[in-house]
Design a protein around this ligand. Sequence first.
Ligand SMILES: *Cc1c(COP(=O)(O)O)cnc(C)c1O
Length: 386
Amino acid sequence: MVRHSSRIELSQSALKTNFKFIRSKIGEKPIISSVVKANAFGHGIDPFVSMAEDCGINHFAVASSYEAWEVMQARKRPESKVMIMGILYESDLEWVIENGVEFFVYDFRRLEQARNVAKKLGKKAVIHLEVETGGNRTGLSEKELTPSLRFLKNNSDFLEFEGFCTHFAGIESLANQFRVQRQLKQFNELYSRVKKFGYEPNLRHTACSAAALAFPETVMDLVRVGTAQFGLWPSPDIYNLHLMESKKVKDAPLKRILTWKTDIMHLKDIKKDEFVGYGTSYQAPRDMRIAVIPIGYSNGYPRSLSNKGQVLVRGKKAPVVGLINMNVFMVDVSHIMDVELTDDVILIGREKHNSISIKSFSEFTNAINNELVSRLPSAVPRKRVR
Ligand SMILES: *Cc1c(COP(=O)(O)O)cnc(C)c1O
């Protein structure tokens, strides 16, 4: 097997801890739909899906029909359900319905299309009505609601009314509370209209990670959890709400499941006053030992970490010197004893007493946690570890 220049390890025990913590917040009853869009937030749909299945998860949510197909390949259990929350092309409806993949419907025409395909296949389409509550992304408008309910009811041989749902516009930030509370109120009002109409869905759902962890009133029959399952806090606000609620000053109930490792490709001793790499952004202040790392911005390592990032070598922090290039960057290892070409290099993760967090990247790059991980190239091999 030809080797890739880096590798990602995913911790099963950390994942189990995270689901347990999420359960402790939402209670026993709600279904956890594991959101695995964007290649499981860069963690790798394969093996992440089967790791989640081994934690008892049997519902997955994605952003497109293509990603639904990826989950179908990755799942080990045929009973695991897949739900598309985003783009579903009409040309994919047949595959989706044939395979029992569930999907959000946010405009009336989609109901007619789904009915037609379901009728042709002789198989029910499984539908989640997504309603507009003020997020102004996708969502069925208020005036489409009653016609949609009527259509669902009249075509119940072909359309399963599985879910009634909405998505909050930034519930991870306390500054948005006035807006998301209005969304929740609107959702509950629309739902009472559904009840009045007399044709109810199997499930109601609104909560993402932040909502599930901090706002119990948003937790209904199912929660759609992305960020938190990977051991990442949706925001400092949500972490602080947890500390207040649990009356602690420090707590780490969520564990990062991802470790990203690479190698040293070359070691070099350089003299004081020499420049490192392209241009003149780094000039050696003393004689130094430099390690060349076979990773660059094309591998998802942000270029904005030039002269700022850190990696771990032998458990010690080694600072980036010079610019991050397309496929390499350099680090200073002068202070680390006996560095060898065979040493592992930790880009994200823990070694001995030190750790490079995903959050530490965002401090320099302005990228949120999810942006960094979701851009990790899919070609990097992923491996499940204990
Ligand atoms: C991405 C997404 C989620 C999951 O959000 P997290 O904050 O990562 O838990 C839930 N619902 C919808 C509609 C989404 O697009």
